[in-house]
Design a binder for this molecule. Structure first.
Ligand SMILES: [Zn+2]
Length: 102
């Protein structure tokens, strides 16, 4: 069984993958806007928008599938609920490590 520190490192890698996927999608969308203006056509804009949506969906899946190191269930996905910005496990309420409050 992996150590908890390794699991949280994996979590941060998955979160970073989502960030880069969204940034790449935004770059594709911006390129689509520029190409649409140059060609006076909306086709490239929609292609860039589709690339953004696809990149975001592709990058979000590994983070949604991340298993909680405490309970083993998916950390950010429970039933029909998916919250990729959650600060605690949706099953056992295990908080993310890191900043302490108070
Ligand atoms: Zn949990």
């Amino acid at each position: 069984m992996p150590q908890a520190a390794d699991s949280w490192k994996d979590y941060r890698q998955r979160r970073r993958l989502l960030l880069w996927a969204v940034l790449a999608g935004l770059a594709a969308c911006a390129g689509g806007v520029l190409l649409a203006r140059a060609r006076h056509s909306v086709g490239p804009f929609y292609a860039g928008l589709a690339a953004l949506a696809g990149a975001a969906a592709w990058g979000a899946q590994p983070l949604a599938d991340f298993p909680c190191p405490h309970c083993g269930e998916t950390f950010a996905h429970r039933g029909r609920t998916r919250n990729l910005f959650t600060r605690s496990c949706l099953h056992c309420r295990q908080p993310l490590p890191g900043r302490r409050r108070g």
